[in-house]
Design a protein around this ligand. Sequence first.
Ligand code: CU
Length: 486
Amino acid sequence: MIQRKLLSQSLKIATLIGLFSFVACSHEENAQKNTVDASTIPVTGEIEAELTSPPFVPASVGNRSAKKLIVNMEILEEEGEMTDGVKYIYWTFGGSVPGSFIRTRVGDEVEFTLKNHPENKLPHNIDLHAVTGPGGGAASSFVAPGHEVTFSFKTLNPGLYVYHCATAPVGMHIANGMYGLILVEPEGGLPKVDKEYYIMQGDFYTKGANGQPGLQPFDMQKAVDEDADYVVFNGKVGALTGDNALTAKVGETVRLFVGNGGPNLVSSFHVIGEIFDRVNVEGGSTINKNVQTTLIPSGGAAIVEFKVDVPGTFIIVDHSIFRAFNKGALGMIKVEGEDNKRLYSGKQTEGIYNPEGGSIQSMPGNNEVTAPKANSVAERIELGKQIYSQTCFACHQGEGQGIASAFPPLANSDYLNADVDRAINIVLHGKTGEITVNGDKYNSVMTAQTLSDEEVANVLTFVYNSWGNNKTEVTPTMVLKAKSSH
Ligand SMILES: [Cu+2]
């Protein structure tokens, strides 16, 4: 509902800055295309490449000359956490999913050494989409555990490129996390911005259903069927939420290097409450402006830039929206700074909406007449279950498990079980501010639910009598009491 609120209320901001820079840039690009043949750019000296794990990127190349760039990449197969309680064996370039970010400039001669750690179980290789050559390097980089190989390539085309493992079964190597991004900056470097981050989407296929605990092996059949259990940014649920959220300050320009490793799904990349001032479409040189959602193909990328004008938490999603709220494709950018009421007012007024022709006004939540009355605890639970599946489950999820760092669990919730009056008031009035549930901190917004006293009683009775909670029965009288004492 935070998301929906932002969507419906966000004021659309005109981006004049984008308009001006467009003219300058397209000019620059044309000039460059027409005059520079990258294969003839001379290389002077050599440097070791800085490699970073997501969401960070190495320092920009600026106006350095083309050089021999030494890249040392180590492949590691290691256990990680997909989401709370769910383990997965990731295969990684450099120990992270996505793999280490590589930053080069056009004309660099990249000397690439790929090392396969002796404790790994499988051979691997690398196909870099920035490479002009057979297999994008895959043909020259096949490497067994305990071995290393070296090959070189010259970067001929500026852009943001995906790299990935291309060892059979290719889909499985990619599905296990073997992908990352390599940026080839144009002559003179990309324009300066205030913040740069690295995000990569991926879809994952596990033997168990979404959320099923324990070490989950890869499921080949689900992968073939493109039936993903998890769709996530940066390798796991919650990699970019809560304490891991990206940050920026009001007035700053943020640049996101966004890739999609797949193996299967195309991303409808969107930041709720922001408009991309500039997008390097498909990671290439075409710049689109004023974009709401940009499509990132599997094995493709995009560079998106936007100036953050107002403070708040901006939610990053794959706008194929069930992936965001049910499979993990959700991140956050926390923007701090002064409010700008001229650009975004916040809620200004709230009144009673009385449609024409309607004669009886009722406050939302007071329509006791229409709500069915429960005659037993069992009936209360049954009616409450329906309410739960209509209103609460979107955030707290089907089994009350919540979503790490975004929506607290109602299953086995110590917070819920400790204080029934508090729970009633949360459903009646909503909740914001930091709370700790089962040892994890949440700091988000739950909006007030428009439910009658009877419905509040029923839904809470259902929750209290499900998923290991303490079996409290909440009655309408208790709701009324909690209300008046609030
Ligand atoms: Cu591999």
